[in-house]
Design a protein around this ligand. Structure first.
Ligand code: FE
Length: 337
């Protein structure tokens, strides 16, 4: 049967804008700041012609996704910290991705076993020490932080902060709960002041002589060295790669997850794979002095000058699973009191 001209014109009108729309964009919910993502996303659009739309937020993206349900415009979530990625999985908001490029580029311990999240960058949880008051090689492991020797000499941010919770969760995986609690109590007893501030504030506290030893992520040190106002403080501090001679340094990640409801699934997968490849890995890691998650990608700039990071290859999913035990432990030893 011949279609009437009016009907066929109507059909074309209905189909065309929809298909064109679906092929050209990808929508991202991001906890990461705009200046970190823009260079990456611009490169992606230039190389593929696919447009990206980003909603930036500091909190509440998992709740927003849950509320929007199947109608959510979001295809991808980009965030830092295993706890936030795990929250998306626990709320059943992410889809499994089984993709050869991603599994080839991102090592198994840096992705969810069913592909529900993938790391894109890594950062070490480092020990910072005073160059003046702590000798090189005097403190080399997380375990040693509980030694009496450091009594009244350690500063950290809150024990409840996700970065410290992840470290404690890794200690539980390696040593069991009882030994980890003894250790954490020992670290608490060695604190020079009540936990406060962020990781940069601990570097400043060492520079000011408030304490001699601290914990902090590698990129804070890198970013302070690259900022002329903060460099003098950072230069008084040495960054130690803990447990390099043993299981390796505890790392955390920034990562990406595909949403269950992704309306632009194919484009989202194109962006995920793009971000795991050399060009994007380089741009992303350098923007925040982090490490590429893809081990084939060379470390450059100030990060390369620190020497090699030997990461603890404990599965981040195991760390996520020990998270609640770590939170309860922080309460039991009164770490923040
Ligand atoms: Fe941070």
């Amino acid at each position: 049967m011949r279609m009437k001209p009016v009907a066929s014109a109507l059909l074309a009108f209905l189909i065309m804008p929809l298909s064109a729309h679906a092929e050209e964009e990808v929508n991202i919910y991001s906890y990461r700041q705009a200046f970190l993502l823009e260079p990456l996303l611009n490169a992606f659009t230039e190389d593929t012609g696919i447009k990206t739309n980003v909603v930036f937020a500091k909190n509440g993206l998992a709740e927003r996704l849950a509320r929007e349900g199947r109608n959510s415009p979001a295809d991808l979530v980009m965030t830092v910290d295993i706890s936030r990625l795990n929250e998306l999985v626990e709320k059943d908001l992410t889809a499994s991705v089984n993709n050869d490029t991603l599994t080839a580029n991102i090592p198994a311990h840096l992705r969810h076993p069913e592909g529900k999240w993938f790391a894109l960058t890594t950062r070490g949880r480092m020990i910072y020490t005073s160059k003046e008051r702590v000798a090189e090689g005097e403190l080399t492991t997380y375990e040693q932080l509980a030694d009496n020797k450091w009594d009244d000499r350690i500063c950290t941010r809150s024990g409840k902060h996700p970065y410290n919770i992840a470290l404690i969760a890794s200690m539980i995986a390696h040593h069991g709960e009882a030994d980890t609690e003894t250790w954490l109590q020992g670290v608490k007893d060695n604190l020079a002041r009540r936990p406060q501030g962020g990781d940069r504030d601990q570097i400043k506290a060492i520079a000011e002589g408030v304490c001699d030893v601290a914990l902090g992520n590698s990129y804070y040190y890198g970013n302070m060295l690259e900022d002329e106002n903060q460099r003098p403080a950072a230069e008084k501090v040495r960054m130690v790669f803990p447990n390099s001679d043993g299981r390796g340094t505890h790392i955390n990640i920034s990562g990406i997850a595909l949403t269950k409801s992704a309306p632009n699934r194919d484009n989202a997968l194109k962006l995920m794979t793009y971000l795991s490849e050399s060009k994007a890995q380089h741009i992303y890691a350098e923007a925040n002095t982090e490490y590429p998650a893809n081990p084939k990608v060379e470390v450059t700039g100030v990060v390369a000058s620190w020497g090699e990071l030997k990461p603890d290859t404990l599965s981040l999913q195991t760390i996520a699973n020990n998270r609640e035990a770590a939170v309860r432990m922080v309460d039991r030893v009164g770490y923040d009191n």
